[in-house]
Design a protein around this ligand. Structure first.
Ligand code: NAD
Ligand code: UGA
Length: 468
């Protein structure tokens, strides 16, 4: 019979492990949930008395307030939490490899491996080990080999794949009401029992018909497939946005018309300056690498194009700023509104804003940045990483970070909207206009503002995917 899960350990207290297991704790008061991490300051932030949590996610503080100290705990004592638990989520980072075989494409699995080795080394009883991290197809096989070759006698491990589909900014809602929960297991009696045990945990709040149980490899591949197909929709619409700009068609109208077809659907068809976020590019490159290593070069090239189109979109947008500003931005002052990779998050991983700013700096323009949520220190870190040829002093001569959008735009020749923060709609654009150099340009990379209204004020407005 399936194990009755009483204690859960989650290794990795990041964007996924933190919110996911906090919600499990909230919804399953009978289960004790301990989230562990090697990063002491991250754990301290999760435990902070004033709930200044390490990540910003709407609704997260309320969840942690209800469960922390009741049945939700954050700790750096990884071994103790592993040992006490019946079920362990491995929710560590799986970034793209920077060096060695597969550099720039393949997933760096060393965090997954060291967490797995730790489980084998310290567990004194049998466990269900759940891959929560996004991993290449068949990683569960490697985890099983590591566990079985290193564990103590009498310990048995069942491996499950349970990829996470939450999006940042809506994580809590996505976790409360998931489209589906996917659980992959070996199709053996033990594998199916382990799968039923995890399904039982989700059964506390997710309707049965939304919990899908499949084979291990299908589950692992479905996660890469879902992200690749979501990103592909954005690259498709962004490719069409270039045609719109060249022909006078309007990408919003095209998206609307196309999305009305119930087979296509309206979601995820918003043209943009390019997708960002920690996962789309990483997971597609992972799929490309997987395809290549399976000797499927045509398949690899097909998915590769989704990332190439995204790079094209970012450089196309930067180029259009330069061209519109009379073919030179050297010495000009540009305000960049938004730095996060999307609204409602403070996360900046792979944000298009960094690419734009780097391109502007390459032309020796001065850039002033405002974002309502991103930490100033994070912006400096991202910019120094993106511009390795620049010293921090040089960067600070060209880049200014401010805490107010109106101040950001003051005396600038152009405003670039890089993130779709709602508060940019509430900006008093007349005041912005009064204080800008003329002609005053607005480049909307997010189809956010009412271009006609701004034109009436006097702005020259360029919107992604809209020909004049
Ligand atoms: P993250 O970097 O925010 O968090 C990972 C945490 O794991 C870090 O705090 C790190 O210190 C910790 N860690 C690494 N190795 C460890 C070890 N051996 N022992 C203990 N702690 C360790 O990453 P994330 O954004 O939460 O992503 C985690 C995984 O989930 C990735 O595979 C990612 O692809 C996937 N994913 C992310 C999202 C998202 O929205 N961010 C959504 C779905 C899936
Ligand atoms: C994405 C997926 O939506 C999640 O299902 C998945 O779990 C997650 O990746 C992951 O594996 O990490 P996330 O990256 O948090 O979630 O955010 P999205 O809402 O998907 O946005 C990604 C990027 O695409 C953002 O830069 C966003 O601005 C852009 N985007 C999104 C568009 O340009 N157009 C759209 O129509 C939608």
């Amino acid at each position: 019979a399936p194990v009755n899960v009483k204690k859960i350990c989650c290794i990795g207290a990041g964007y996924v492990g933190g919110p996911t297991c906090a919600v499990i704790a909230l919804k399953c008061p009978q289960i004790q949930v301990t989230i562990v991490d090697l990063n002491q300051s991250r754990i301290d932030a999760w435990n902070s008395p004033d709930f200044s949590l390490p990540i910003y996610e709407p609704g997260l503080v309320e969840v942690v307030k209800q469960a922390r100290g009741r049945n939700l705990f954050f700790s750096t004592d990884v071994d103790k939490a592993i040992n006490e638990s019946d079920l362990i989520f491995v929710s560590v980072n799986t970034p793209t490899k920077k060096t060695g075989v597969g550099a720039g494409f393949g997933a760096d699995l060393h965090y997954v491996e060291s967490a797995t080795r730790r489980i084998a080394a310290v567990a004194t009883s049998s466990k269900i080990v759940v891959e929560k991290s996004t991993v290449p197809c068949r990683t569960a096989e490697s985890m099983r080999t590591i566990l079985e070759s290193n564990c103590r006698p009498g310990c048995h491990f069942d491996i499950l794949s349970n990829p996470e589909f939450l999006a940042e900014g809506t994580a809590i809602n996505d976790l409360f009401k998931p489209d589906r929960v996917l659980i992959g297991s070996l199709q053996t009696p033990e594998g199916k029992n382990a799968s039923a045990a995890l399904a039982g945990v989700y059964g506390n709040w997710v309707p049965k018909e939304r919990v899908l149980t499949v084979g291990l490899w299908s589950s692992e591949l479905s996660k890469l497939a879902a992200n690749a197909m979501l990103a592909q929709r954005i690259s498709s619409i962004n490719a069409l946005s270039a045609i719109c700009e060249a022909t006078g068609a309007n990408i919003d109208e095209v998206s609307h018309a196309v999305g009305f077809d119930s087979r296509i659907g309206p979601k995820f068809l918003k043209a943009s300056v390019g997708f960002g976020g920690s996962c789309f590019q990483k997971d597609i490159l992972n799929l490309v690498y997987l395809s290549e290593s399976l000797h499927l070069p045509e398949v690899a090239a097909y998915w590769r194009q989704v990332v190439d189109m995204n790079e094209y979109q970012k450089s196309r947008f930067s180029r259009s700023v330069v061209e519109t500003l009379f073919n030179t931005i050297t010495g000009k002052h540009i305000a960049v509104l938004g730095f996060a990779f999307k609204a409602d998050t403070g996360d900046t991983r792979e944000t298009a804003a960094v690419t734009l700013i780097r391109n502007f700096l390459a032309e020796r323009a001065y850039v002033t940045v405002y974002d309502p949520k991103v930490e100033v220190s994070q912006m400096w870190q991202d910019l120094t990483e993106a511009c390795p040829d620049w010293t921090l002093e040089q960067l600070q001569k060209y880049v200014t970070i401010v805490h107010d959008p109106i101040e950001a735009c003051k005396d600038k020749e152009a405003v670039v909207i890089a993130t779709e923060w709602k508060e940019f709609l509430e900006i008093d654009w007349q005041t912005v206009y009064n204080h800008m150099s003329k002609p005053a340009f607005v480049f909307d990379g997010r189809l956010l503002v009412d271009a006609e209204k701004l034109r009436k004020i006097g702005f020259k407005v360029k919107v992604i995917g809209r020909g004049e």
